[in-house]
Design a protein around this ligand. Structure first.
Ligand code: SF4
Length: 720
C-alpha cells in the first residue's frame, strides 16, 4: 500500500505521524532490506516543513534497545519492574482467564479500561478495545478529556456543544485578518509543532498584527512572536478576563448588535461583572491583587481587544487545566462574544463521525444501559459519555481505593491500560501507586517498560504505527483541513514478537470466545474500508449516518435558548454552587491564600515540553540531549533559597517529592515554578522521584465541570 521504489531499490512508504501531539505530519519512510533507514518530512502546501524533532527521532524509537518485544509476566512486587518472558499463548490464556474470573466474581462494571483518546485512527484505537469489551459484556469506561475537559464543559454550557477537542481552532484566514492576537496561556511553538500555527503567527506578525502573551512563563512563542508579555498567576485567568469585561461594559465598548442578535443572559452577566449581584465590581483594581497583573495593563488590554477588530483570542487549554478551569474557558467565550470577535462559523454543523466505520460501528456499552446521567452532563455529548456508570479519567485512583463505599458505581478489580502511561500522567502518583497495588489484575499493552507498565501483571508488547496499517478519517480532532481519508501504510513488519493493538484484541476475542469480532488483517480491513469509502460519495463527504443536518455555515447552538448563553440554562439546571449560571471567578484550592501556602509558598505548573509528546519520547537519547528535565524558578525565588543554576533541588509537598536540577531564569514570574509534564516517574527506595515527574506533586481531584487541575498545586523548593 502506498509504496514506491527508488533507483537504489529503497522502498518509500507514506504514512502519517501518530504521536498524539496535536499535529498530523506526513512521513515518507525509507526502507531498505526491511529496515527503516530514514524518515523524510513531507513539506506542507503552506510552506511549513511538516515534521518536528520528535518525528525526526522516531526511527530511534522504533529501534530502541528498550522496545518491548515479547510478552512479559510480573515476577516481583508491583512497581519493581521484575518480569519474565512468556509466550503469547501463556500471556493470552492468563489475561482471558483473569477477565473471566473477575467478571464471574464481581461483574463487568468492576473492569476499568482506558485508552488515550486522541490518536485519530480507526483500527488500533479506542473502538477496537470498546468493541471487544462490549462483546465481553461491558466494562467501566472513563469520561473526560485529560487535555481539555474544562473547555468541553464551558463550550457545552455556553454554546450547547463543543467546537474543539483538538487544538485552538482558528482558521488560517483568522490569523491573516487579525489586528491583535492574544496568546492566553498558549505556547504553540512547543505544543502544536506540525500544526502550522507557528507559521500562521509569524505571517500575521509580518502583516502587522500585534501579538500579546498572557502567561506565567515567557514562553518560546512569546519570545518569537509577542511584543508584550503579561505574567499572570496560575488559576486566576477568569479574574483577569472579568476585569477586561468590566472595562468593556463600563466604557460601552461591547458589540451591542452582536449581543442582541446572538446571545441570551447578557444582562445577568453584566449584573455580576459590575458588582450589582454580589456587591463586588470586577474592576481591574479588584483583579490586580488576585492575578498579579497591574490594573492599567488589564484595562489597556481590554480596550485594545474590544477596539482592534478583528482580534483573535487564542485561549489555550493550559489555563483550563486548573481548579475551576471551566470558568476560564467560559470567560474566554464571553469575551469573544461581547466584543463580537467570536467566529460563529465555528459552531456550524460539521460532517462527523467518520470513525464509526465497519468493522467498528457504534456499539453501546452494556454496563451503561440502565445507568442515569451524570449530574454535570452536557446534553449534546450523548447518553454514553454522560452516563453515571463512567468514572472521570482523572479519578481512577480514588475510584479503585474507595469503590462503592465512596460513592463510585462499582468496586474495581481489573484495569487494562492501552496507549497510555496513565500512572505518570494523572494527578498524585503516590496515591495511584497505592490504588494499583490494590487491584487484582492489571494488563498493560505497551511499547516500553513505562512507569505504568511496571505495575502490570501482564505486559503485551505493541508495535509502533510504522509497523501496521490504518485509516485516518478526515476532519478529525487534529486536522480541520484534511478533507480526505488517509491510508497509513505499514513500513516494516512488527519487531520481535510485538503485535498491533488490533491483533491483540483479535487474539483475546478468540480466547474469550467472542463471536463476530473482525478477524481479518489490518491490511485487509483497510482495503475494505477504502473500497467502501470510494464507492460511497455520501460517506466520503458527510461521514457515517448522524442525526445532525447537512453541513451549513449557520451556527447551530444546542442551548435551551438556541443562542450563546452568557447566563447558561444548562449550568443553572445543574444547581451546584461551583457551577454558576454566569461565568465567575472562583478562587482555586491551593491558591496563595490557602493556609497550605505557609509551608508550600510556590505555585507549580507542569507545561508541555518540546522534546516529548506527553510522556512519549522521554526515553530517547537524541531528544534527551536537546533539553534536560529541570524545574524553572525565578531568580528572586532562587536567591531567597540559596539556589543557583543546575543545583540539585527538592520540589515537594505533602503528596511527594521530586529531586531535579534547578533552572534559574527570568522567564517565569516570581512565586511560580514549572516542571514540564511527561518525565517518567523513577522513584528510589524512599519513594522520592528522580525522573522529574510533576504528577508526584499534583492532586487526584476533578474540578466540578470535569477539568483536570494539573496546574493547581502548591510546593516548596529547597536546595539538596
Ligand atoms: S509535530 Fe507531532 S505529528 Fe508532526 S512529526 Fe512532530 S510528533 Fe509527529
Amino acid at each position: 500500500m502506498n509504496a514506491e521504489q527508488t533507483a537504489s531499490e529503497d522502498k518509500i512508504v507514506t504514512t502519517v505521524c501518530n504521536s498524539h501531539c496535536g499535529g498530523i505530519c506526513d512521513f515518507k519512510v525509507h526502507v531498505r532490506d526491511g529496515k527503516i533507514i530514514r524518515i523524510e518530512a513531507v513539506p506542507e502546501e503552506d510552506g511549513r516543513p511538516g515534521m518536528c524533532l520528535r518525528g525526526h527521532a522516531y526511527r530511534q524509537r522504533v529501534y530502541s534497545p528498550d522496545r518491548l518485544l515479547h510478552p512479559l509476566k510480573r515476577t516481583g512486587p508491583r512497581g519493581s519492574g521484575e518480569f519474565a518472558r512468556i509466550s503469547w499463548d501463556e500471556a493470552l490464556e492468563t489475561v482471558a482467564g483473569e477477565m473471566q474470573r473477575i467478571k464471574a466474581a464481581y461483574g463487568n462494571a468492576s473492569m476499568l479500561h482506558f485508552c488515550s483518546m486522541c490518536d485519530p485512527h480507526v483500527l488500533h484505537h479506542v473502538l477496537a478495545f470498546h468493541s471487544l469489551l462490549c462483546g465481553f459484556g461491558g466494562y467501566t469506561a472513563p469520561w473526560g478529556y485529560i487535555s481539555c475537559e474544562g473547555n468541553a464543559f464551558a463550550e457545552g454550557v455556553t454554546f450547547g456543544k463543543s467546537s474543539r477537542i483538538g487544538y485552538t481552532p482558528h482558521k488560517p484566514d483568522e490569523y491573516q485578518e487579525a489586528r491583535l492576537i492574544v496568546m492566553w496561556g498558549w505556547n504553540p511553538a512547543t505544543t502544536e509543532m506540525g500544526s502550522g500555527v507557528s507559521l500562521s503567527l509569524a505571517r500575521a506578525r509580518e502583516k502587522g498584527a500585534r501579538i500579546v502573551a498572557v502567561d506565567p512563563r515567557y514562553t518560546d512563542s512569546a519570545a518569537a512572536f509577542a511584543s508584550q508579555w503579561i505574567p499572570i498567576r496560575p488559576g486566576t485567568d477568569a479574574a483577569a478576563m472579568l476585569a477586561m469585561a468590566y472595562v468593556i461594559i463600563d466604557e460601552n465598548l461591547q458589540d451591542r448588535h452582536f449581543i442582541d442578535e446572538h446571545t441570551h443572559g447578557f444582562d445577568k452577566f453584566k449584573e455580576y461583572v459590575l458588582g450589582r449581584e454580589d456587591g463586588v465590581a470586577k474592576t481591574p483594581r479588584w483583579a490586580e491583587p488576585i492575578t498579579g497583573v497591574q490594573a492599567e495593563t488589564l484595562a489597556d488590554l481590554a480596550r485594545e481587544y474590544a477596539r482592534e477588530k478583528p482580534a483573535l483570542l487564542g485561549s489555550s487549554f493550559g489555563p483550563g487545566r486548573s481548579a475551576y478551569g471551566e470558568q476560564y474557558h467560559r470567560m474566554a467565550a464571553a469575551l469573544e462574544t461581547i466584543t463580537g470577535n467570536l467566529r460563529l462559523d465555528r459552531y456550524a454543523p460539521k460532517p462527523k463521525d467518520f470513525r464509526f466505520l465497519p468493522p467498528f460501528p457504534f456499539q453501546p456499552n452494556p454496563v451503561e444501559k440502565e445507568a442515569p446521567l451524570r449530574w454535570n452532563a452536557i446534553p449534546s455529548r450523548g447518553p454514553s459519555v454522560n452516563s453515571s456508570a463512567r468514572v472521570n479519567v482523572s479519578s481512577f485512583a480514588n475510584a479503585i481505593l474507595e469503590g462503592k463505599a465512596g460513592g463510585y458505581p462499582a468496586d474495581y478489580k481489573f484495569l487494562w491500560l492501552s496507549n497510555t502511561n496513565y500512572l505518570n500522567q494523572l494527578g498524585n502518583i503516590n496515591k495511584a501507586v497505592k490504588a494499583f497495588k490494590k487491584l487484582e489484575f492489571i494488563l498493560v499493552t505497551e511499547q516500553f517498560m513505562t512507569a505504568t507498565a511496571k505495575f502490570a501483571d501482564i505486559v503485551l508488547p505493541v508495535c509502533t504505527f510504522l509497523e501496521r496499517c490504518d485509516l485516518m478519517p478526515p476532519l478529525n480532532v487534529f486536522s480541520s483541513k484534511r478533507r480526505n481519508f488517509t491510508v497509513l501504510s505499514k513500513a516494516i513488519e512488527p519487531l520481535g514478537e510485538s503485535r498491533s493493538q488490533l491483533a491483540i484484541c483479535q487474539a483475546l476475542a478468540v480466547k474469550l470466545g467472542i463471536s463476530g469480532y473482525p478477524d481479518q488483517s489490518d491490511e485487509e480491513l483497510v482495503r475494505q474500508m477504502v473500497a467502501m469509502v470510494s464507492a460511497n460519495e455520501k460517506l466520503k463527504t458527510e461521514g457515517t449516518p448522524k442525526k445532525e443536518p447537512a453541513a451549513s455555515t449557520k451556527p447551530q447552538l444546542r442551548t435551551p435558548s438556541g443562542k450563546i448563553e452568557l447566563s447558561s440554562g444548562i449550568a443553572e439546571k445543574m444547581n451546584h454552587p461551583d457551577i454558576p449560571a454566569v461565568p465567575k471567578y472562583i478562587e482555586t484550592w491551593e491558591s496563595l491564600n490557602d493556609p497550605l501556602a505557609a509551608a508550600y509558598p510556590l505555585q507549580l505548573i507542569s507545561p508541555h515540553f518540546k522534546r516529548r509528546a506527553h510522556s512519549q519520547f522521554d526515553n530517547l537519547p537524541w531528544l534527551r540531549e536537546l533539553q534536560p528535565q529541570a524545574v524553572s524558578i525565578n531568580s528572586r525565588d532562587a536567591e531567597a533559597r540559596g539556589i543557583t543554576e543546575e543545583d540539585m533541588v527538592r520540589v515537594f509537598n505533602d503528596r511527594g517529592e521530586v529531586r531535579i536540577p534547578a533552572r534559574v531564569t527570568e522567564r517565569i514570574m516570581p512565586g511560580v515554578v514549572a516542571l514540564p509534564q511527561g518525565a517518567w516517574y523513577t522513584p528510589d527506595e524512599n519513594g522520592i522521584d528522580h525522573g522529574g515527574s510533576a504528577n508526584v506533586l499534583t492532586r487526584s481531584i476533578t474540578s466540578p465541570g470535569g477539568a483536570l487541575p494539573s496546574h493547581t498545586a502548591l510546593v516548596q523548593v529547597e536546595r539538596v
